[in-house]
Design a protein around this ligand. Structure first.
Ligand SMILES: O=C(O)CCC(=O)C(=O)O
Ligand SMILES: [Fe+2]
Length: 349
């Protein structure tokens, strides 16, 4: 086979790891090169039942393949003009759909302070939308990346989580088809340092505590400490960077479908520790969700903690439109609450 020369890309240089000692969450590790066995399924099940988070290793990309994806992920932020970004911005709140740029300042965080982060979101069907000029040479690699996430990570994890509930191995896989109508997508995300005033007014919160609305979120581990999860004991703990590992979390749709067994765990993004301040923070994600027409009710008879009954399409549109608006009500403990499609959704500081 002839070897293809890949288009050159400017390297993205990430921040060095933090020098501080941080209180890290102790998350279980799943080795994706191992076959689906009852033992491995039990580890995945217990992780998703208690923490709602786990690490996956040996997913099949070498460190240099992963690094190349981070280099590509930086392009939409650093090599596209503001005018061109605006032309490719998604109308997220009106359409309830993430496609294209989420520009900086689009969301309200707290006390009049808006976010300092940009996304570029790409449906796994990369032909659904046009993309900025600078990204076009890399679309074949982005498409291959989406397939890698879908078939080499998402499906194996979903198989373990189905077996963990004594369901047929493909019960979740069958409602996460690559070619079905749905919004499972790749996200590139860049956070920019904020002013001291913004830090103070938001209590150092960059992205409020939330659950993701899909089934599984896949995050490519990166060195800037900022992601925290709300642990079962009620304390926020940092997520530690593990080279070439994936941080995987359960989200709303999986909680609904599993009758509340798998927890859509609350997580947030805060100002990094002092040794990493002043750096940008680049993220690469795959946000997976069931196919649009799937009804989000328990697939087995179980006592659900939280049960939704809308379709995935209705749920994702409602959650996406609602995010980052300013007029939220606080509950007794100061947490912002809103009711979406009959389900209470909270946003934590
Ligand atoms: O940047 C991160 O580490 C997490 C971002 C996140 O939680 C989200 O985009 O839903
Ligand atoms: Fe999230």
């Amino acid at each position: 086979m002839p070897t293809r020369t890949l288009p050159p890309v400017e390297p993205y240089i990430p921040a060095p790891p933090p020098t501080e000692h941080l209180d890290y969450a102790d998350l279980p590790v799943i080795d994706l090169s191992k076959p689906v066995t009852a033992e491995l399924a039990a580890v995945a099940r217990d992780a998703m039942r208690t923490y709602g988070f786990l690490y996956a290793v040996n997913h099949g990309y070498t460190p240099s393949q992963t690094k190349r994806m981070f280099d590509i992920a930086n392009i939409p932020f650093e090599h596209v003009s503001t005018e061109e970004k605006q032309a490719y911005a998604g109308d997220i709140k009106a359409t309830g759909s993430y496609q294209g740029y989420k520009m900086r300042s689009y969301w309200h965080i707290d006390n009049g302070v808006h976010d300092q982060l940009e996304h570029y979101n790409i449906n796994r069907d990369i032909t659904k939308k046009q993309h900025p000029q600078a990204l076009r040479p890399f679309l074949p690699e982005i498409e291959a990346f989406a397939k890698h996430c879908h078939f080499n990570v998402l499906h194996p994890i979903l198989r373990l989580l189905a077996v963990g509930l004594d369901m047929p191995e493909d019960a979740f896989v069958d409602i996460h088809k690559f070619d079905a109508k749905g919004e499972t997508y790749v996200r590139f995300m860049k956070y920019y340092p904020r002013s001291e005033e913004e830090e103070q007014k938001t209590n150092n919160v960059w992205l409020k505590g939330h659950t993701d609305f899909g089934s599984i979120t896949i995050l490519y581990s990166q060195p800037v400490a900022a992601l925290q999860i709300l642990s079962p004991d009620g304390t926020w703990r940092w997520v530690k960077h593990v080279d070439n590992a994936l941080v995987i979390n359960a989200a709303d749709a999986l909680e609904f479908l599993s009758g509340g067994v798998y927890k859509a765990t609350v997580h947030r993004v805060v100002q990094p520790p002092p040794s990493q301040r002043g750096y940008t923070r680049l993220g690469v994600f795959y946000f997976a969700m069931p196919d649009d027409e799937v009804v989000l009710s328990p697939m087995q008879e179980r006592e659900g903690r939280r049960v939704g009954a809308s379709t995935m399409e209705a749920w994702r549109r409602a959650r996406t439109s609602a995010y980052g608006k300013s007029e939220l009500k606080k509950d007794g403990s100061g947490v912002d609450v809103e009711v979406i499609n009959g389900v209470v959704v909270k946003h934590y500081n």
